[in-house]
Design a protein. Sequence first.
Length: 290
Amino acid sequence: MSGAQIVPLRTRPWADVWRVDADDGRWWLKVNKAMTVYEPPLLAVLDRTGSALLAETLIHPDRPWSLIRDAGHSARDQHRGADQNTIVAFWCALMPAYAALAILSGLAVAELEQAWFESNAPIRSRLGPLLYTLCLLQFAELARTPFSSLNRAVLLPTTQDERAGQEVVRRIAAIDGEVFVPCHGYLAGMAGKRSYAHLQEIEDVLGSGNVDLATAIRAEIATAFEQRRFSAVIPCSLYMSDLDTLGLSRFYVMQEALFEPRDRRFAVGERRVRPESVYVPRERSTDPAR
């Protein structure tokens, strides 16, 4: 790919992404970090199936780097410039269809298995291994994954995990006034508080290329912090630097931690995140200098 143009697109705690425009077309370079280093080996396994459903993939032999050929227009590009109602309608139609596909996939596997064993069709030798591999990977997520060096805990929460979550909800409910939980907004809803947009979705809008909208959202969040609109903000460490750029630490101060340092309990999922601590408004006379 000599002479290819490489443009950095996105930097996240779990991976960095670049766009690579080469003579033979567009590729996407993804550099996985500690939480997602299992992805390149998994892509290599799937790529060896030769399925036409998978884009061409090049995997670095020693590093968690993957180069994936562009597979077509993204939903974001398809709806660039469209009005908000059109975009919302698209996702409202797509997500139920995705859920239905997930529900019906198990039934489809059983039907395909029966059909393959009743015939000698050549397709069985090609699609069979891919189908069962994908199904097994889904089940593998319920146990200790062999694809990650992090040795993640079993994804089913224990009774102690449930009690810890209930305690966090209780502490949020005890706060007088609105509470902004940017990474776990559902906790605020469970506590009877108003929930707000997830910070990841906010980040997606900020990086969408719509400069006017991104500027307006940054200004709205920064103003909310400066005016101490929230009685408390409960962030996670993963996005703390993003919140600080919007003024969190300038106008709020940490009051207490929600978990002891030795408590290694995190939200169930790929990323080791949790609501870490409670930030409360600073006294206006103690605002740090801008």
